[in-house]
Ligand binder design. Structure first.
Ligand SMILES: CC(C)(COP(=O)(O)OP(=O)(O)OC[C@H]1O[C@@H](n2cnc3c(N)ncnc32)[C@H](O)[C@@H]1OP(=O)(O)O)[C@@H](O)C(=O)NCCC(=O)NCCS
Length: 183
């Protein structure tokens, strides 16, 4: 005979039904930045923008999205490797630019990288270097990035395409002090 569920279990079951699917409710006019496992909309947005979509599904990677109301307006990816991480696929739809969403996505990516043990944050950027410089990133030799992040999908994507790779610029940010409380 089936054992009757305890009252504790019944309470938990009812409680679970009340938990919303997203922790932050998407409301009209409200910006929400959150981690996602649903990569299909991210892939579609990046493809529409003509950005690289190879390697999105790499299991250790983390993807963060920005929603304005119910509209997906931006995204960023983090590819962690031991104590370094690569920011990739940063994109904000044109209509929503210069409102701080790009910087907010980088901040979220930085937190995600730090949480995963990264002390160094890298990225490739040919056109948006000025944007990242304002956020504290400095230009470094590409081999430095490759040494720290060999095996990460975005690095391997470029290594397989020497012509594109030769044009890439590497950027770096020391995040080893993130979360350190100075007394
Ligand atoms: C780069 C990008 C993510 C910025 O998004 P955003 O939401 O507009 O960013 P923010 O609002 O936080 O910052 C905007 C500021 O950055 C500046 N900025 C944006 N792109 C820049 C670039 N390529 N070079 C220099 N500065 C740039 C803007 O002029 C603006 O300056 P202001 O505050 O003085 O007006 C967005 O322009 C984008 O998606 N670009 C195409 C994809 C891309 O280049 N991705 C980065 C490489 S992976």
């Amino acid at each position: 005979m089936k054992k009757p569920a305890s009252s504790f279990f019944r309470r938990r079951k009812n409680k679970a039904r009340e938990i919303p699917i997203t922790l932050q409710k998407k409301q009209p006019g409200k910006l929400v930045i959150e981690q996602t496992r649903d990569l299909a909309p991210v892939q579609a947005m990046l493809a529409d923008a003509g950005m690289i979509t190879d390697g999105l599904e790499w299991p250790p990677a983390c993807y963060i999205v920005a929603y304005f109301g119910t509209e997906l307006v931006g995204c960023v990816g983090v590819e962690p490797m031991l104590d370094a991480a690569l920011i990739r696929s940063l994109y904000v739809i044109e209509a929503m630019r210069t409102r701080g969403i790009g910087a907010a996505l980088v901040t979220a990516a930085r937190k995600a990288a730090h949480t995963r043990g990264a002390k160094s944050l890298y990225l490739f950027s040919t056109d948006a270097g000025g944007f990242f410089k304002r956020l504290g990133f400095i230009k470094v030799p590409v081999p430095q990035l490759v040494e720290a992040l060999a095996g990460a999908p975005q690095v391997e994507y470029y290594r397989a395409r020497p012509d594109e790779f030769a044009r890439e610029v590497a950027w770096y940010l020391d995040i080893s002090q993130d979360g350190v409380i100075l007394r």
